[in-house]
Design a protein around this ligand. Sequence first.
Ligand code: ZN
Length: 455
Amino acid sequence: MNISLPKVLILSLLGFLLLSLIGAQAQDSYTITVEDVSDRKVRVEATLYPKNDTLLMSPYGATNLKDGCATFVKNVSAKTSSGEQIGISQLDNGVFVLDNASKSKKVHLSYIVNMQHEKQKWPFGYKEAAYVNNEMLMATGNALFITRLDVDSATINFKLKKPYKVANAWKQTAPASYVAKGAEELVWTVLAIGNFNLSEIQTGKTKILLAYSNELSPSKKLVESTIRKAVKKYESIYGGSPSRQPSAPDKYLYVMNVDSSYVGGGAAFTNSISILLNAAPAHTKKAGTTSWHHILVHEIGHLWNGRSLKTGESTEWFNEGFTDYLAYRVEHELGLFNKSEWEEMLSQKQAEYNKAREKNKVTLAAAGKDKGHNYDIIYSGGLFLAHKLNTEIKKATKTKKDLSDFMQNMYAAFSSKDKPIGNKDIKLIAEQACSCNLDNLFLEVTDQKLSNKIE
Ligand SMILES: [Zn+2]
């Protein structure tokens, strides 16, 4: 029998719809259950569609542990849709292998994460791992998720005891459901769960959620207004809001807490930041690397440089050093840092850089291979190069331009690109900003003459 055209169309449409429905269902999903923050247990149930037999916990940030973040995971169990047990074995570095994975494409996984992360020694402090305090459980995505690198997107649902809430940087799709696009957004993030304080700070198009414990409540207004003013300052330095991508996030999350036994520091993740202060802002006025406003303003700066402007190992000095220089400048302009402290800071950074460079004998570009070992070359050396470039641009343009013109040009040229910025790119834009030759200045970066070509 001849099938008429409309019928063919209807059938293909039905087929397409069916495929879309199957496709729509085939999205990894997780349910995170927290009954009591103080018992440090997170129950995770997941429905996954792995393409092969291997699942893993992201090794980033946990390479100091043989089993990575899986060190804190127990009772891992895998089942088919019909409830049959699937064997699952754990290898080193947080890798899990499923038995007979090809027989069952859909896997129900369940496990417990024992939140004891801060009791370990972390290379850059436990603020980059996970921790628990009286009001919240601060988790990183890599502490929670057994996943796969090729995940397109994942749904994360929360089942929390009342009056607990969750604050995270993912796109919200329902009251307790969120979607993370891709593995990086899923695992390279921080989130807070518990009965903590939450402020929403809107500056122009930029919305920042600030999650903090009671110890910071007396400083709420000071912290909020510093964030708001710093965002405005950075917007004028870079000439725009933190993301120019069409898929710009609708919010950023800052999780901020105090631990007097920790030196203080911050870490930038995808659309989220973890900040751990040594003392509440109300109790300290000291300016410097570990002061509350420097940690905060530095990490805000990474929303532009580090996230929108993507750097690699060889341009880590630009990411950290220029972010640090601009953070001090913003603080100075906000009156958080006076002129003599500014001068003192510059000579201290120069001394740190000279000492480290003499000892380690690596250039700024080569220092990024080992961030921990070359810390002062990257941070203080990068900062000092930003200061020198600022001076060069001002001198060459008779103070008509300065470093912010250069940052604006960098941001306009590279903020929507996925490829990390190269040293040649930085030199070219710097020379455009000053209309001058910067061969000598950039010898500090690579020890070699850089050609004037965008990489
Ligand atoms: Zn930084």
